[in-house]
Ligand binder design. Structure first.
Ligand code: FMN
Length: 183
């Protein structure tokens, strides 16, 4: 999502999350601000997780059918570069990061505001992205305030923002070609 911070549409950004899964080459994770609650039945919690099709994590979630979602906490802005600007397709991203793996092999990040693991129930094709409906299997509490993109942008620095703008322009162009929209 590339609406300017402060736009009414920015109010729909979720807290920044690290969405992880696994494949033959091991675990991987990406930054995501499109993770939403999708159940009113307490004993059957669900999340809707929207991942862009070009992301390596998208391929892993599609194949493995499991995810681990860490809600990042304020102070974890340093994870946005490895997880949000780089792709696991270009090499392992998690080697220097503090994580633990779920029994399925999905990475949860230490120091987050909380975490959720789950299994994909269904996948909805948005054209450029997939909305994965996830049945929550386990949750854990963390500490700290959830990290929001509006606040994170004020501390990540000019270098990050320049690289983000360049990557976003490419991602937006690809999305515009592929996305479902009004006929
Ligand atoms: C602040 C921020 C928010 C992002 N939000 C999303 C998102 O909602 N959905 C998504 O698929 N990618 C999102 N991304 C992009 C992915 O994190 C990025 O493309 C990442 O490099 C993918 O890594 P992978 O190829 O290893 O999966 C976001 C990145 C940043 C920095």
């Amino acid at each position: 999502m590339t609406q300017p911070a402060g736009s009414v549409l920015s109010l729909f950004w979720s807290p920044l999350c690290a969405v992880g899964s696994h494949g033959r080459a091991g675990p991987n994770a990406q930054v995501c601000l499109s993770v939403f609650g999708a159940s009113i039945v307490p004993e059957r919690p669900r999340l809707l997780v929207v991942l862009w099709k070009g992301n390596y994590t998208h391929a892993l979630v599609t194949e493995a059918g499991t995810v681990a979602v860490t809600v990042l906490a304020e102070g974890q802005e340093g994870l946005l570069e490895p997880l949000g600007l780089r792709s696991g397709r270009d090499g392992p991203k998690l080697d220097d990061l503090e994580t633990w793996l779920t029994p399925e092999g999905d990475p949860v990040f230490a120091g987050g505001a909380g975490w959720v693991t789950g299994r994909v129930i269904d996948a909805f094709d948005l054209g450029d992205a997939t909305a994965f409906l996830v049945a929550v299997a386990a949750t854990g509490e963390g500490s700290g305030a959830p990290l929001r993109w509006g606040a994170a942008q004020r501390v990540v620095g000019e270098g990050f923002l320049a690289r983000w703008a360049e990557k976003s322009a490419r991602d937006r162009a690809a999305a515009a070609r592929a996305m479902r929209w009004l006929e």
